[in-house]
Design a protein around this ligand. Sequence first.
Ligand SMILES: CC(C)(COP(=O)(O)OP(=O)(O)OC[C@H]1O[C@@H](n2cnc3c(N)ncnc32)[C@H](O)[C@@H]1OP(=O)(O)O)[C@@H](O)C(=O)NCCC(=O)NCCS
Length: 181
Amino acid sequence: MEDDAALRVPPTHEIIIVPPPEHHGRHALLQQCIQVRIDVFVTEQRFPLEVEVDEHDPEATHWLLRLTPSNKPIGTIRAHKVEHTSGAYYKLARLVVLKEYRHYKFGRNLVLALHNWAKDNARNSGVIDFVKIVCHSQAARADSAGAVAFYRKLGYEEEGNLFEEDGEPHQKMVARLSLSE
Ligand SMILES: CC(C)(COP(=O)(O)OP(=O)(O)OC[C@H]1O[C@@H](n2cnc3c(N)ncnc32)[C@H](O)[C@@H]1OP(=O)(O)O)[C@@H](O)C(=O)NCCC(=O)NCCS
C-alpha cells in the first residue's frame, strides 16, 4: 500500500501552555491533560493508574494539544526542572497523542514546544551555552515499538542501559539544545 503520510493534513488544532500553579484555569486544563494520559497510558498501554499522577504534576509545566474550534483534548506533554550536582536539566515526561490522531507531527510539535520553553527558561536563568533535556523513553517490547526512534529524530541520544520503570523497559535519552540558535 502506498505510504500516504505526506498527504495527511492535520485537523485544525492548537497547543496551549497550562497556566502555572495558583493561576486561574490551571485545574481544569491540567485535568484534561491527565485524562488524555489515562486514555493512552492506562487504557491503551495498560500502565497502572496508581502511577499516572505523581508528585511532579502539581508544580510541572504542562502543554495541552486540542482540536479547534471544538477544544477536544488530544495530546499533552510536561516538563520540570531538576537541579543536580552536575548541572540543572529539564525532564520531559508524559508525552501522549490519542491513537486516532497520531502521525500528524503532533508528538513532534509538543516536544518542540517544550524545547522552546526550556531554552527561554534557561536563558532567563543566565545559561548561555546549551540546555539539557532528559527523558525516559519507552523501549521496544513485544506489543509496542516504543519511542526511542521517535526521540532520536528530535536530537535525543541513548545514555546507559535499559531499565525498568512502572513495570516496562525504558531507555534514558538526552538532548543538548544549543542556545545560540
Ligand atoms: C510517541 C507519540 C507521542 C508520537 O506521536 P505522533 O504524533 O504520532 O508522532 P509524530 O507524527 O510527531 O512523528 C514524528 C516522527 O517520528 C516518527 N514516529 C512517530 N512515532 C514513532 C515511534 N513510536 N517510533 C518510531 N518513530 C516514530 C514519525 O514517523 C515521524 O517521522 P518523520 O518525521 O520522519 O516523518 C505517540 O505515538 C504516542 O502517544 N504513543 C503512545 C504514548 C507513548 O509511547 N508516549 C511516549 C512515552 S516515552
